[in-house]
Design a protein around this ligand. Structure first.
Ligand code: NDP
Length: 231
């Protein structure tokens, strides 16, 4: 049985990723969220997939929370880490109406936490053969993607793209495969009801893209459907 960790697993794309990996049949899913006791959908999956999914408390911006989970899972090889947790940030992120404190919080969740979490789990990932690190970014973080406003969200995703490109180079010698993915415009609390695709469609494409990724893809940025994404 392979093991994967998914952050922000209680709703949206994260929850759909949990379901996608459970449906594969050969994965044990470590579903992480801030309040497992309130994560009803995940708790139902625990009942329907006994012994195949474990819920964990994890706030990705809290170093003590990250360290506690890494310690709990000590000596367990992890085959896949999906850094999915993210926030859209404040309503006040236009040039003339910027909430700078909220911008910093958006950076902490979207840009800094994926490195914080990945670093804590590097021993677990290195203990598995050809483990993968997949970070859910956004097309809005691509310099080639035009659009105005939403400075906080766009810049935090641009930053995580760079963070993970650096990390990809640093972990290549350990045989780890580190990729970034744009999940599409997805019908979640963040994407809204009128978005293009369902969480299930997004998660299915993301899982297939991760599965196909090899060492030659290390450091690449993909769309949810496996096509390369421009930087
Ligand atoms: P949702 O808003 O539906 O879900 C976000 C998830 O992140 C929730 O589970 C939330 O937990 C979790 N989260 C937020 N902050 C923290 C934290 N500090 N610690 C742990 N978990 C946290 O978003 P989506 O599912 O739509 O987005 C998933 C990813 O995809 C994000 O990285 C997002 O930026 C990206 N994305 C989404 C797009 C879309 O169209 N939906 C488009 C492009 C990118 P809680 O319930 O506790 O708040």
């Amino acid at each position: 049985m392979k093991h994967c960790i998914i952050t922000g697993a209680n709703r949206g794309v994260g929850l759909a990723l949990v379901t996608a990996y459970l449906e594969k049949g050969d994965w044990h899913v470590h579903a992480c969220c801030r309040q497992p006791e309130k994560a009803d959908a995940l708790r139902e999956l625990v009942t329907s997939h006994l012994g195949r999914i474990t819920l964990h408390t994890l706030d990705v911006v809290d170093q003590a929370s990250v360290d506690a989970l890494a310690e709990d899972l000590k000596d367990l090889p992890i085959d896949l880490l999906i850094n999915n947790a993210g926030i859209k940030g404040s309503k006040h992120q236009s040039r003339s109406d910027m909430d700078y404190d909220a911008w910093a919080e958006t950076f902490a969740v979207n840009a800094m936490a994926p490195l914080r979490v990945t670093e804590a789990f590097l021993p677990h990932l290195k203990a598995a053969e050809g483990a993968k690190i997949a970070t859910i970014s956004s097309q809005m973080g691509a310099i080639c993607h035009k659009g105005t406003g939403q400075y906080a969200y766009r810049s935090s995703k641009a930053a995580v793209n760079k963070v993970m490109s650096i990390l990809a180079q640093e972990v290549a010698a350990d045989g780890l495969i580190c990729i970034l993915l744009h999940p599409g415009w997805v019908q979640t609390d963040m994407g809204g009801a009128h978005a293009d695709i369902s969480p299930k469609e997004s998660a299915g494409g993301i899982a297939e893209t991760i599965d196909k990724a090899t060492l030659k893809d290390n450091g690449s940025f993909f769309k949810w459907n496996g096509e390369p994404h421009g930087w």
